[in-house]
Design a protein around this ligand. Structure first.
Ligand SMILES: CC(C)(COP(=O)(O)OP(=O)(O)OC[C@H]1O[C@@H](n2cnc3c(N)ncnc32)[C@H](O)[C@@H]1OP(=O)(O)O)[C@@H](O)C(=O)NCCC(=O)NCCS
Length: 176
């Protein structure tokens, strides 16, 4: 496996992974992603900015993540421990249902964390849909700490509550 910055040639495959995830999530009654987010234009802009990274398993794109420093305004309601210094935000973290639970997510996350350290980030922030038990377990398993719940009015009724998580990258910060 390897993770690389995506090019425009990877756009279709990245969108296909998201579509597969959307279908699998919807089958579980989870509507965290829709046509509005994460959209094809979101990924096109992320590629242009160098923010989209894709996970190759052989010749196939099996996962992706967008890395930047931008957080949605709704996250202001969370209680972040790391207020000082730059932080990395992970968006649209996804592994194809074809290969989930085989370590691909952990591999992709290790890349994200290494990228954050290389950029001098002191922490990483993410959110996850409150009903997506698999994703919540994944983040907690990798040392991400709950920082509060937020509500996205843009999501369908009954699917608006998200949990914020943060991971410290500081070895002796005293802030976990
Ligand atoms: C969350 C996600 C990225 C994990 O990717 P993955 O390749 O399956 O992750 P790994 O194989 O490295 O790790 C698997 C671990 O994650 C957790 N996990 C993942 N899916 C799970 C599920 N359906 N049920 C319970 N735990 C799950 C478990 O802790 C699991 O460890 P285990 O298999 O030993 O129990 C993947 O399930 C995914 O893309 N889901 C759809 C999109 C999504 O919700 N993304 C997260 C947005 S916040």
């Amino acid at each position: 496996m390897r993770v690389v910055a995506a090019t425009r040639d990877n756009l279709d495959a990245a969108c296909a992974v998201i579509a597969e995830c959307q279908e699998a999530l919807a089958a579980q009654g989870l509507f965290q992603w829709d046509a509005q987010y994460p959209s094809r234009s979101f990924f096109r802009e992320a590629i242009a900015a160098g923010h989209l990274h894709v996970l190759f398993d052989g010749d196939d794109i099996a996962g992706l993540a967008v890395l930047d420093g931008s957080q949605p305004p709704e996250w202001a309601a969370a209680t972040w421990n790391h207020q000082d210094g730059p932080f990395l935000v992970i968006h649209a973290f996804a592994v194809s249902p074809r290969v989930q639970r085989r370590g691909h997510g952990g591999f992709l996350l290790a890349f994200c964390e290494d990228a954050a350290r290389a950029r001098g980030c002191r922490s990483i922030r993410i959110d996850a849909f409150s009903e997506n038990a698999g994703a919540l377990r994944f983040w907690e398993q990798h040392g991400y700490r709950f920082r509060g719940e937020v509500r996205f009015a843009s999501k369908p009724a009954g699917h608006q509550r998200y949990y914020c998580y943060e991971k410290s990258l500081m070895p002796t910060a005293g802030l976990d």
